[in-house]
Structure formats: C-alpha cells, structure tokens
Design a protein around this ligand. Structure first.
Ligand code: ATP
Ligand code: MG
Length: 334
C-alpha cells in the first residue's frame, strides 16, 4: 500500500520559532521525503478549535494566519494536500458514525481530556470529551498508513486503531486501515529567550521571550542580542552545558536552524563568548526566517489567493474521502 500521512494542527496566531522548528518544519520534511506514489494530507484542525472557548473573529483570522505560515514555511499546496477540516464535511460525518463504535469507557481513559478539563469536568464541552473520536475520523477517513504523533498524542492514535479494529470486526469488513505512528525525528524543543528552563510559547506575556515568524531582521537581531545568556565561553561539548540552560538553548537553536547537532555547533564555536556567538546566531536566524516572512507578507497582501489554495486542497481531500465515507455508511446499513 502506498504511504499516506495525515496530520493536523490547531490554527493559532502569533507563531514563533518554536512552532516552526518543533512542528511545521517536520511537515515540510515529511512532504519532501514522501515517495512519488504517496500522499501527505495536512489540515487545519478548526473543528477541534471550537471544543474550547472560541472567539469566531479571532478563529477566522488565525486560520488564515496559520495557513499562510504553513505555506510560507515550505509546504507546497500543489504537492501536499493542505485544507481546513471544516471544509470537508466527511470528517464530521464519519465522526458521528464512529461515535457508534467508540466506547465511553475508552474515552474516559484519555489523559488529555482529564488535563484539559481539569477540575471543571462537568462544565467541559461534549466536544472536548469526544475530540479523540474526531481525531480518529480525521485519519481513518483517508486510510492513513502513518500518523506523526508526539508523546501527548500516542494515546489518541491507539484509540483510533481500537475504533478501526472494532468497526471492522462489528461490520465484518476490512474497511479501515490501521494507521502506524511515526515518531517525528527528534523535534527541536526551543526554550524562551528570557528563561532557558521555560518553553518558548505564544502565551508568554513577554514578546522578548520568543522570535515571532513575523519579526523583521532588526527585531530578530535585537531579541537575540538581549537574550539571557552567561559570561562564560562556550565549551567543547553539550555535556558541559548541563547547568547553563540559556547557553544550551542558544546553542540548540543554532543547531536546529543549521540542521546539525549541538555538539557540531560547539565543535566550531568552542572558546567563543556570547559577544561573538550571538551575532552568528542572529545572522543564521535572519537568513532562515527572512524568506518565510517575505512569503507570509505576500499572502497577507493577497488573502484571495490563500483562500483559493485552501479551497483547492479541500476539493482534493473531499475526493479522497468520498469512497471511504460511502463504504462506512453502507457497512452500517445506512
Ligand atoms: P500555548 O502556549 O498556547 O500552548 P504554543 O506556543 O505552545 O502555545 P501550540 O499551538 O501549543 O504553541 O503548539 C503548536 C505546535 O508547535 C505543537 O506541535 C507544539 O509541539 C509545537 N511547539 C510549540 N512550542 C514549541 C517549542 N518551544 N519548541 C518546539 N516545539 C514547539
Ligand atoms: Mg502548547
């Protein structure tokens, strides 16, 4: 069977270097490494976004921002299929069919619901509880062979496989492909520029803590210049950075941007202080992010083109989804 990867991301604004190096760049790599007979489907999980408090105006803006960013970062919508989940009603339809298969006991075991609902379990939306069933529909709909999962998503993929197995058994069919997990290649974890022990995050109140993908060259250079570091020179190995979280983070960012290991960065920069290392890092960051920012500006100026690309992606996704959805209705006697 040809390889088919399906992956979704929640639409958010305010995207930063951590989102690029830790998430979006992995999509670009999967796209670039996909054999010619395979297919990558990437979607904006806008139906998932409404399971928690939702601001419709903000959501609409974030969807466009996220789509523009993904393309600007290197997803080619003529090769990968990039679309909005809400534009392919088959996701919602299959989710309902699978709600007949999924067991309440299975969902009760999902740790992410427990974390996200916290003490307010009774006040959480039904959508938040049933979210993993929609995720199962997202991948089963396309007969995905592989799904990239981080640590926090392993349980949901296991659930999708359980749902597929039970549906196939209950209907005496072999309708759904059981998707295999792909553990993304050591995704870089980028830390705050102000605190080497906290993750770089869009919700950090300090703008200086993160490099936004919309920052211009001067802003990037200034943020790196002011980034927290220390007075010592860089050592020859990462092991010696164990007690220097800020230094380790800056070396890690350099390594992720350059596509090398932190030890390789240190091999060329050992002995330098941050007075010399920071400008080198800034130059590399600007070199990587400037073309992304330029493409992002192009889409900002032409939202109609962005909408056209997303509509095209949705049309292709609907075509791929149609036979599986029809078979699922038929298998249930509907
Ligand atoms: P929030 O603070 O609201 O959680 P965030 O900045 O963590 O926002 P998310 O929308 O939660 O961003 O994450 C989107 C994707 O980017 C996820 O795949 C997540 O793992 C990845 N990601 C987020 N922050 C980082 C980071 N600092 N380093 C590496 N990957 C990251
Ligand atoms: Mg997060």
């Amino acid at each position: 069977m040809a390889m088919r990867i399906v992956s979704g991301i929640q639409p958010t604004g305010n995207l930063h270097l951590g989102n690029y190096l830790g998430a979006i760049r992995n999509w670009v790599r999967m796209q670039d490494e996909m054999p010619a007979d395979g297919e990558c489907l990437f979607f904006l999980a806008d139906l998932h976004a409404i399971t928690v408090h939702n601001d419709p105006v903000l959501l609409a803006a974030n969807i466009r921002e996220m789509a523009a960013t993904i393309i600007a970062c290197g997803i080619d919508p003529t090769r990968a299929i990039l679309f909005r989940q809400a534009h392919v009603p088959a996701h919602t339809e299959l989710c309902w069919l699978l709600n007949g298969t999924a067991r309440i006991g299975w969902l009760n075991r999902m740790t992410q619901f427990k974390e996200k609902s916290g003490k307010n379990r009774e006040g959480a939306s039904v959508g938040l509880f049933a979210y993993p069933v929609l995720q199962a529909a997202d991948v089963l709909l396309y007969q995905a062979t592989h799904v990239p999962v981080g640590e926090d998503q392993k349980q949901h993929l296991e659930l999708a496989r359980d749902i597929a197995t039970k549906f196939n058994a209950d209907t005496g069919s072999d309708l759904f492909t059981l998707p295999e997990p792909i553990i993304p290649p050591a995704a870089a974890r980028i830390m705050s520029l102000r605190d080497g022990t906290a993750k770089m995050s869009k919700s950090d109140p300090s703008d200086a803590s993160r490099i936004a993908l919309t920052d211009d060259a001067d802003t990037i250079a200034a943020k790196i210049r002011k980034a927290k570091s220390d007075a010592d020179a860089l050592p020859a190995t990462v092991a010696e950075l164990a007690d220097r979280p800020e230094a380790r983070n800056l070396v890690g960012i350099y390594a992720a941007l350059a596509g090398v290991t932190p030890d390789q960065v240190l091999a060329t920069h050992a002995g330098k202080g941050f007075g010399a290392f920071k400008p080198a890092l800034a130059e590399l960051a600007v070199e990587t992010l400037s073309p992304i920012r330029a493409r992002l500006e192009t889409f900002r100026a032409d939202p109609a083109e962005l909408d056209r690309l997303l509509a095209d992606g949705a049309a292709r996704a609907r075509t791929l989804a149609a036979p599986t959805l029809a078979s699922a209705y038929a298998a249930l006697g509907l």
